[in-house]
Design a protein around this ligand. Structure first.
Ligand SMILES: NC(=O)c1ccc[n+]([C@@H]2O[C@H](COP(=O)([O-])OP(=O)(O)OC[C@H]3O[C@@H](n4cnc5c(N)ncnc54)[C@H](OP(=O)(O)O)[C@@H]3O)[C@@H](O)[C@H]2O)c1
Length: 216
């Protein structure tokens, strides 16, 4: 099985994805600007499966066969640009949302190319960018007993990379892969995260995305 690296993997989003990847049997490298910190975070995660989670630098995470970007939006492009050569010819998954808080709401921001996935694709012309994991609530992702039963909406201009990521997502406990389409859908998919979080704030809820009417 492929080893999967997560850039910025020490945050709640990266930890949740790592836990469920490892529970599906994948070895995961949590990348960080501080390898010691990543090691501490990795030791605190207990997957249920054969996958091993280790902590290291973002450089080491970028050396993995498949790489997830899980940094805040405003550091994502700088982080991946510094790793451009390591990420060439690989599938790079963006779960990055550009959001800002206004009062009790999260509102989407629109980067110059319309989405963070498109910004990352522009920064990494030799990589295959796939968007996934945008709508997942980190707290429930990190609790394998949370009963999470969520859909992961996936987009990419690279059919093979998209199918590969969908196959991995379907192996992760509590998740179902839904391929939405191409990179042109990145903007609404990322922006919809603002709706998910705002609904949860307003209703003091822990809802997540599950598309009805899907026959699979
Ligand atoms: N939280 C969620 O529920 C959730 C769900 C879906 C998608 N997302 C998206 O996933 C991404 C990460 O979310 P998060 O809540 O985990 O974010 P976060 O905790 O703010 O950041 C994640 C990690 O990024 C690294 N980082 C922070 N500032 C950085 C900088 N200036 N340069 C490079 N690395 C930096 C940090 O790791 P080190 O200090 O160890 O380097 C941090 O632990 C965001 O883009 C978010 O929109 C989040």
């Amino acid at each position: 099985m492929a080893t999967i690296g997560i850039l910025g993997g020490t945050g709640p989003a990266g930890r949740g994805v790592a836990l469920r990847l490892a529970s599906a049997g994948y070895d995961v490298v949590l990348g960080s600007r501080d390898a010691d910190r990543a090691g501490d975070v990795a030791r605190g995660l207990t997957p249920r499966g054969t996958g091993v989670i280790s902590g290291s630098t973002n450089d080491a995470a970028a050396a993995c066969e498949l790489v997830v970007v899980a940094t805040p939006w405003d550091s994502a492009v700088a982080t991946v640009s510094a790793l451009r050569s390591q990420l060439a010819d690989k599938t790079v998954i963006s779960m990055v949302n550009a959001l800002t808080k206004e009062g009790r709401e999260l509102v989407p921001m629109y980067p110059p190319r319309g989405s963070m996935a498109a910004q990352i694709a522009y920064a990494l012309p030799a990589s295959n960018i796939v968007g996934a994991f945008h709508h997942l609530p980190a707290a429930q992702m990190q609790d394998l007993d949370s009963g999470l039963d969520a859909d992961v909406v996936i987009f990419s201009d690279h059919d093979q990379a998209r199918e590969h990521v969908a196959g991995i997502v379907d192996e992760m406990p509590g998740l179902r892969a839904i391929i939405a389409g191409s990179m042109s859908l990145a903007s609404p998919i990322e922006a919809f995260t603002a709706v998910c979080i705002s609904v949860n704030i307003r209703h003091k809820a822990h809802s997540y995305v599950k598309l009805a009417g899907m026959d699979r």
